[in-house]
Ligand binder design. Structure first.
Ligand SMILES: Nc1ncnc2c1ncn2[C@@H]1O[C@H](COP(=O)(O)OP(=O)(O)OP(=O)(O)O)[C@@H](O)[C@H]1O
Ligand SMILES: [Mg+2]
Length: 311
């Protein structure tokens, strides 16, 4: 439904995105993840027909973003990094205005606004002036304007940035509800947000795609080693040395008190061996368990350590 091919954007001499190719299916919730300047907003601006690409194509439900931008604007709702609000208008007046400029008939405007006010839980603030609302409520108004024409696709650029933790939870809940009936592209720096809301992630780095995968797939494909955590009751000066004596053990790092983080080759299955060793040496096992690689590990690996792992 969204098909991006070799998308490139230059701002003068600066190349913001380079040769991006990816697809997004109907109903998917996809996260754009990447550090500052990675090209997330630029890509979203092109998909929303705010900016033209320098080269490459983006086809959305059969329409080209460059050739048929009016068609695309009907099926896309966009919440940019800074919501396009008129601060001195009331919430309801602003949304009526947003509905009108979307080409909704006078008759249809009221019901469209009622619908988004209900969806975004804005009922209690409908008559309030936007600039006097909290940032979280202003963000809801931004979301409401993006949805006023009932688009199939929502593009949300860092929708929780600058909000306090309670507001973040509320906006995330709202996005999760919207995910049931929309295709959503969401950008974020916040890794747990992506893991909570998105099924698939596109990691951008310096304008290029570092990885496209499901969260599980991404973590699994990058795992070249596995880690075990061993916690014992009786500290022993030669535990590290004994654990290191296995050929498949790559490193042993001391963790919290009497805990050892053992990095092993993949599929080493050393739990039983470690248990036997602990018994023989009377270390007293408190816990032995595998440590899953977090998305944060993967993100850092892709954007800092090994940005060429997956092209
Ligand atoms: N209007 C512009 N003129 C010149 N360069 C720009 C412009 N907008 C963005 N850039 C540059 O393009 C690159 C990508 O920027 P973009 O805003 O798309 O990144 P981003 O991933 O959204 O970053 P952030 O996380 O900071 O929002 C950056 O190097 C940025 O400086
Ligand atoms: Mg941005």
């Amino acid at each position: 439904m969204i098909e991006v091919k070799n998308l490139t954007k230059h701002y003068g001499p600066r190349r913001a995105i380079n040769n991006l190719t990816f697809q997004i299916e109907k109903g998917e919730v996809v996260g754009f993840l990447g550090p500052n300047g990675a090209g997330k907003s630029t890509t979203m601006n092109i998909l929303s027909c705010i900016l033209p690409a320098s080269s490459g194509t983006a086809i959305i439900q059969g329409h080209d973003t460059f050739e048929h931008s009016l068609e695309i604007r009907k099926i896309i709702g966009y919440l940019p990094e800074t919501p396009p609000l008129y601060p001195d208008m009331s919430v309801r007046d602003y949304l009526l205005f947003a509905a009108k400029i979307r080409g909704i008939s006078n008759k249809g405007c009221k019901s469209a606004v009622d619908r988004v006010i209900e969806k975004c839980s804005l009922k209690d603030v409908g008559h309030r002036i936007i600039e006097r609302l909290s940032k979280g409520y202003q963000q809801r108004v931004g979301l409401a304007q993006a949805m006023v024409h009932d688009p199939d696709i929502l593009i949300l650029d860092e929708p929780t940035i600058g909000l306090d933790p309670i507001q973040i939870i509320e906006i995330r809940k709202l996005i999760q509800q919207l995910a049931a009936s929309h295709t959503i592209i969401l950008s974020s720096h916040i890794l747990p947000e992506i893991t909570q809301i998105c099924k698939r992630v596109i990691i951008l780095n310096e304008g290029e795609i570092a990885a496209v995968d499901t969260l599980d797939g991404l973590t699994a494909s990058l795992r070249k080693s596995e880690r075990l955590s061993l916690t014992v009751r009786n500290g022993d000066s030669d535990i590290e040395e004994k654990l290191n004596s296995f050929e498949q053990v790559l490193s042993v790092l001391p963790g919290e008190k009497n805990q050892y983080i053992v990095e092993c080759e993949l599929s080493s299955n050393l739990q039983d061996e470690f248990a036997r060793l602990a018994l023989e040496n009377q270390w007293g096992i408190v816990e032995i368990k595998p440590i899953a690689m977090t998305l944060e590990d993967v993100f850092l690996k892709l954007t800092i350590e090994e940005k060429d792992v997956i092209a």
